[in-house]
Design a protein around this ligand. Sequence first.
Ligand SMILES: Cc1cc2nc3c(=O)[nH]c(=O)nc-3n(C[C@H](O)[C@H](O)[C@H](O)COP(=O)(O)O)c2cc1C
Length: 236
Amino acid sequence: MRDTNMNRRTFVEAGLAAALLAGCSSRQGDEVPAVVEQPEEAPEAVEPDQEADESAPDEEPPANASKTLVVFYSRADENYADGGTEVLEVGHTKVMADYIAEALEADTYEIVPQKAYPFSYDECCDQASTELAGDARPELAGDMPDVSGYDTVFLGCPIWWGSEPMVVRTFLDAVDLSGKTVVPFTTHGGSGLGSVPSNLEARIANATFLDGKAVAGTAVDGARDEVVQWVHGLGL
Ligand SMILES: Cc1cc2nc3c(=O)[nH]c(=O)nc-3n(C[C@H](O)[C@H](O)[C@H](O)COP(=O)(O)O)c2cc1C
């Protein structure tokens, strides 16, 4: 295990000095993750004469109905912000995941660690560094999703030490995404997509990978249009 100072120095050398200045952690340990299905619109009232009209064609479901799942890990609490720290009510990656799900009327699944990460950004950085160095597999809360009905899976996370948090690897070990179209997305403090696309490609066999999208965490609140434009440009 590398010592804390070395970890932080490495972080700076990676061009991520700004990310050193802040922190966060998760209070999500008690939540039970589940696939959240987009609510269907309430059916319109049917007049009696309409009911009798059996020649009316069946309504086609939206082309992407229930075929896309947005999986994400995101951590609220104390986190990096430009020149300091901020306390987040909702994690940046969750904000981005919601943009994607809304744009595609997709279902969502949140990866939730069984044991919450520390509230403190610095403590979380230390723990994340240790987990990365040890290729850890932190346990997850709740049931894994049934992905059999989905053609496309967006997979999103914050960048931690240039990579995906180890809870994402736990998820990938447990859920078989082979045969799917997989689309990575991240929020970050300067590293962009980091090693996430190549790590996913190494861990998911026989999947089709589309170009991912990275948004700076501190810019995510104003990035809805940019994200939606990217999603619609993927040709799904
Ligand atoms: C433990 C930890 C490690 C981080 N490492 C990096 C990093 O290597 N590169 C980077 O650009 N940002 C890094 N960040 C910043 C986060 O990627 C960024 O704040 C992200 O938007 C947080 O998303 P979330 O709120 O969904 O968890 C790190 C943050 C934490 C908490």
